[in-house]
Design a protein around this ligand. Structure first.
Ligand SMILES: NC(=O)c1ccc[n+]([C@@H]2O[C@H](COP(=O)([O-])OP(=O)(O)OC[C@H]3O[C@@H](n4cnc5c(N)ncnc54)[C@H](OP(=O)(O)O)[C@@H]3O)[C@@H](O)[C@H]2O)c1
Length: 346
């Protein structure tokens, strides 16, 4: 078989349409994967709505995926045909995942352990990378340079240090909670809807602050939980109000990780607190080194349950279900990843 179906965004701010395209050949050190599950991300509705990130159309989007290896390119030794893998593709047609087959650099895929389905596995890559690269990348690559749990002495290193994670119920927040737990942080305080409290605690959160409470009360709410200085905050929402509230909570010497453009007021920025803007595009040169190590460790972390997949909801219709799924994501969903099955496309 040489042809496949792919979902194209036809033009900037345009419509999606399913079209046939050739299945690509894996180049050296790449694998060809048959995509069985791809998860939706907010960036995709933002690309469609605002015309950002993409310069060449028609364009295939999608970056979270899981599937089965069909071919390996020259030089690939660790991954074999038939392996179940998860990976973070890239927008632009070669590595994008809103298609039935994609190629991927073999160093940026992880085998899926038996305890995870392909659907569950597809929920992990982008969120895990956004969390891990924020925590463990060097400052110049958008991180705060914590010692990673896979480095010597990294697991549990930050024991008894508090951390604030804004938006723990988001896909990124759920992974940030779990990496914070691996790094030893305690207490792990998050802001989220109280309906998700039990779920968030199952991931490692110790305290949930109701997101319905005013953010102006956040410093006092955190002080009521811990008297220790908060030196690390991860804002998985990164709206104007959340960034400013997180910055207010940080003690001198503190570090704030944000996932969108910086919005902390110029009047309150001080040299005593750092802000790092994570860019979780694992393919780009400045993200690649830590990403490779993350992927080398991901199978074990998932197999042991140290990192759990997000909650998922599978949408019907294969690639045709994506457009409506992105509309739902834009309206806002709670603690769930929307997943489609490209192989079920009519
Ligand atoms: N920089 C990067 O590389 C990068 C990578 C990935 C994502 N992102 C960005 O990160 C953001 C999160 O992405 P995602 O996929 O994790 O989103 P998501 O899963 O769709 O987020 C939905 C969740 O956000 C929570 N939420 C919304 N507003 C909140 C607030 N004010 N306070 C607390 N919780 C709030 C909701 O929590 P409740 O259910 O508890 O109400 C809901 O569960 C997006 O803006 C995305 O574009 C950036």
């Amino acid at each position: 078989m040489s042809s496949q179906k792919a979902l194209y965004l036809l033009q900037a701010k345009g419509q999606f349409a399913i079209k046939e395209r050739d299945i690509q050949e894996p180049g050296p050190n790449e694998v060809l994967v048959e995509i069985h599950a791809t998860a939706l991300n907010p960036a995709e509705w933002k690309v469609q709505t605002y015309g950002i990130f993409i310069t060449e159309y028609p364009a295939i989007l999608g970056c979270d995926a899981a599937g089965i290896v069909k071919k390996v390119g020259a030089g690939v030794t660790d991954i074999s045909v038939g392996d179940r893998i998860l990976f973070q593709g890239d927008y632009g047609n070669r590595y994008a995942t809103f298609q039935q087959y994609s190629v991927m650099p073999a160093e940026l895929v992880a085998r899926i352990p038996q305890n995870l389905t392909l659907d569950q596995a597809s929920s992990v890559p982008a969120a895990a990378a956004t969390a891990a690269l924020g925590f463990y990348n060097p400052k110049e690559a958008g991180g705060i340079a914590l010692t990673a749990p896979w480095e010597e002495g990294g697991r549990g290193k930050y024991a008894d240090e508090p951390i604030l994670i804004i938006g723990g119920s988001s896909a990124v927040g759920q992974q940030a909670i779990q990496f914070a737990k691996l790094s030893g942080f305690s207490p792990i305080i998050t802001i989220g809807s109280l309906r998700n409290e039990a779920y968030l605690k199952s991931l490692g959160v110790t305290h949930v602050i109701d997101r319905a409470a005013p953010l102006s009360a956040l410093p006092a709410a955190v002080k009521a939980i811990t008297s220790k200085p908060v030196k690390v905050a991860y804002d998985a929402i990164s709206e104007l109000e959340t960034q400013n509230a997180a910055y207010d909570v940080l003690a001198p010497g503190g570090k704030l990780i944000i996932v969108l453009t910086g919005a902390v007021g110029k009047d309150k920025i001080t040299s005593e607190k750092e802000i790092s803007n994570v860019h979780a595009w694992v393919h780009t040169p400045d993200q690649r080194e830590v990403s490779k190590i993350l992927y080398a460790n991901l199978t074990g972390l998932l197999e042991s349950g140290a990192i759990k997949p997000n909650n998922i909801e599978v949408l019907p219709g294969g690639l045709a279900g994506i457009s409506e799924g992105l509309e739902r994501l834009k309206r806002g969903i709670s603690a769930a990843k929307l997943v489609v099955h490209p192989q079920e496309t009519a």
